[in-house]
Ligand binder design. Structure first.
Ligand code: NAP
Length: 289
């Protein structure tokens, strides 16, 4: 359906820095076209000291919704009128929805990852999980694994104190000792067994495609399934090493797709069909292969 920008067009967007390479406009503008909504989605680069002003300005301009990306997912919380309980527990917000008198903040990264894992047939319940990283994204992953019944989640991070903080917070919230913090170099002390490994650091992201957090190939013998949150490159070094040692490996493009779809659903109060989700996924995928 052809859509023209006119007096009734509603606007959504992305705030972050940088935003030049974002694929989010492709997700939302494709959905708007598929669903016949009069909506446009644009990226807005925001300087470090202007986050509160940007949210205030968006409210004054009555923008329907915003996504928030690196490095403002925690900082933006101070500018919200209301925050969803899950986003509050995670401590990071990636979606703002216009309400009367300001924005309500949500975290769709966690549910997006969950939908991506379900669509790939990856199970969390009862699993032994290795989580590489303890940054904003890894925090949501740790929370997801704990809530969905993982047996144990070993967080390996370069900075041990950050892994400890995430473990304390998530364990307290879910009321059981499910997260175990470790320094990355202690990976040889992991209990024997086969793990689901989730790569949640920024190591290996283009252009540094030959980098990996743990280079020791013996480590990859422990992994039956590897999920990298990175999707650029299409096959990360981490994924290649998992596959070389007999495991299945997935990248983060479906997580990106579903976090966007959930945001779109919140803004427009609709449910996006799996058929439409697949049309968007095909367009995203074409950017890589
Ligand atoms: P972040 O908050 O900046 O955290 C970065 C993490 O990477 C930290 O754990 C950091 O360890 C670790 N790290 C960075 N450089 C490292 C190095 N040289 N060696 C070892 N560890 C290193 O970033 P984030 O927001 O969590 O994002 C992490 C990744 O997830 C990014 O690549 C992002 O693109 C991806 N992501 C994907 C999606 C998706 O939809 N697919 C959504 C969100 C994020 P320290 O704590 O020691 O600094």
């Amino acid at each position: 359906m052809k859509m023209e920008i006119n007096g009734k067009t509603r606007t959504c967007g992305l705030i972050g820095n940088p935003v030049e390479h974002t694929l989010s406009p492709m997700i939302h503008n494709t959905l708007a076209k598929l669903l016949g909504h009069n909506l446009v989605y644009v990226p807005f680069p925001v300087d470090a000291d202007k986050v509160a002003q940007a949210v205030e300005g968006a409210d004054a301009l009555q923008l329907l919704g915003l996504n928030v990306t690196v490095p403002y997912k925690s900082e933006v919380i101070g500018s919200l009128r209301e925050i969803d309980e899950l986003a509050c527990s995670i401590g990071a917000v990636n979606t703002l929805v216009k309400t009367e008198g300001g924005y309500k903040g949500y975290n769709t990264d966690m549910e997006g990852l969950y939908r991506a894992m379900v669509s790939e047939g990856i199970r969390i319940g009862g699993e032994q999980i290795l989580l590489l990283g303890a940054g904003g994204a890894a925090r949501a992953v740790a929370y997801l694994c704990a809530v969905k019944g993982a047996d144990k989640v070993y967080i390996l991070n370069r900075t041990l104190s950050k892994a400890q903080t995430v473990a304390e917070e998530v364990n307290r919230t879910v009321g059981r000792e499910v997260i175990v913090p470790m320094a990355t170099e202690d990976y040889t002390k992991l209990p024997d067994g086969k793990y689901l490994a989730i790569q949640g650091t920024s190591v290996g992201l283009a252009p540094n495609t030959e980098e990996v957090v743990i280079a020791d190939e013996a480590f990859y013998e422990k992994i039956h399934t590897g999920f990298d949150l990175i999707y650029n490159p299409w096959e990360t070094k981490f994924m290649k090493l998992v596959m070389k040692h007999g495991g299945n490996a997935y990248n983060g493009l479906k997580m990106l797709l579903y976090q966007g779809i959930i945001a779109y659903e919140l803004w427009n109060d609709v449910s996006v069909s799996e058929e439409d989700a697949q049309v968007v996924y095909k367009r995203l995928r074409e950017q890589f292969i």
